[in-house]
Design a protein around this ligand. Sequence first.
Ligand code: KIV
Ligand code: ZN
Length: 555
Amino acid sequence: MQPAPVTKYRPFPPVALPDRQWPNRTHTRAPIWCSVDLRDGNQALAQPMSVEEKLEFFELLVKVGFKEIEVGFPSASQIEFDFTRRLIDEGRIPEGVSIQVLCQCREDLITRTLEAVRGARSVIFHLYNSTSPAQRKYVFGLERPAIRKIATDAVALLKRDAPALAKAGTDIRLEYSPESFTSTELDFALEVCEAVTDVWQPTVEDKIILNLPATVEYATPNVHADQIEWMCRNLTRRDRTIVSLHTHNDRGTGVAATELALLAGADRVEGTLCGNGERTGNLDIVTVALNLYTHGIHPGLDLSDINAIRDVYERCTRLEVPPRQPYAGELVFTAFSGSHQDAIKKSLSQQKSGSPWDVLYIPVDPADVGRSYKAIIRINSQSGKGGVAYVLEHDFGMTLPKLMHKEIGRIVNDLADAKGTELTPAEIHAAFEADYLNRTSPVCLQHFKTAERDSTVHCDARVSVDGKVHALTGSGNGPIDAFVKALAGTPLPKFDVVSYSEHSLGRGAEARAVSYIQIKTERGRALFGAGIDTNIELASIKAIVSALNRALAKR
Ligand code: KIV
Ligand code: ZN
């Protein structure tokens, strides 16, 4: 990097718009969406999609609910041409869906593109040419009037040929893009857009689409919004124009730029699912759409099975959705931090169905995008006690008493530390079983039976301690009390029962009881034990044995 002062780069010039309106507005409706996955996205792939992959992707886009889909650049290659023809010839374009085709402003390419779309019901013919000073100077070597003429000549050609297609049942709408709009002087971008509109003569019913691309993202999102508001205010036929956005993500703010430019008055958004596209990508439509949704605006797209969308995207593009990608990433509904897990657990348990979503750290209900709560919490050595209790409750139906959370949390964290990776729910459950449920030494319960006489419970029990069998009897105000008294006849250390809780596990004939008992030893140590049995009485006796064995193991 250049040491300060940085003279290699210059600040992006601001737009003179002191009475800008967009900062005071809020989003109130969803824009028209246009997917450019099959064109802009596809041309950015190391290995572009095959025709079969494009067909699969097209079907996904239709299923998600896109009504405008840029299917390719038919004059650029045979595969693009063939794909467009297959969509039309095989009747794959549903009623209400318009295909969009990109074309440079050249007569031979316009003719070829018209051949590609013949027979389709509804076509958006997307003409573009570059308008920025750098493009004019380095690429075209042309002055402003010649650049404007490239655009108007092309539109005139299309205007000449469109009626013949319309007669044959193909309705053509015009989209024009002054490519590199955001680095074009605003007065010149307006001049070209106005000239193109003059030639096309749109109506209120049949509007022109003026797509104003941030071909390369050079400025902050507020400058982009100013540029769009300036255009919206200065277009003379705004009522006959659909203002469209097409942001790329070079500065990582493509989503923000689109959101602010919608406030600035744009009507339509072009982008791709999960943001595939040249360099840092096109706008990620999934993010903008779900951002609107989480503010109470239905985007008009069905993103309720985000995993299925991600699967098709990854298979067809051979790209991976990054794990932290908003909404679609593998880890976005996962909390690793213990304090986050606690807060999620508390707010999630108080979330009432039908009430506004109010869960901490998770701005969207994972279920709305087909993700599950199960994935929310994973346990590693940084996780808190709440996370472990959450997994045991949600994955295995065990509601541990609050006081027990710390104890089991420590056990699982030690295990995660030793393992050095995160633990799966099955591993957490196995750790719980090993520490609480499967302990049979030094104390092993062999037999336990009770009878009630004169409001007193009498028990007969047989336990082995370090292999030596003891036949015991005891009486008390309940089975636990009777068993504790019976154990006094063994060499085991004395203890008190300090807390007890139980609940059923499963339903119907398969139901079992799980009981959690906390004991306090003579040395003042408090420990939990747990037991499971079809017989509720036996579950608590097993829990006492579990607590005792744990205490003896610690000693
Ligand atoms: O990024 C861009 O400018 C484009 C145009 C062709 C619209 O993709
Ligand atoms: Zn683009």
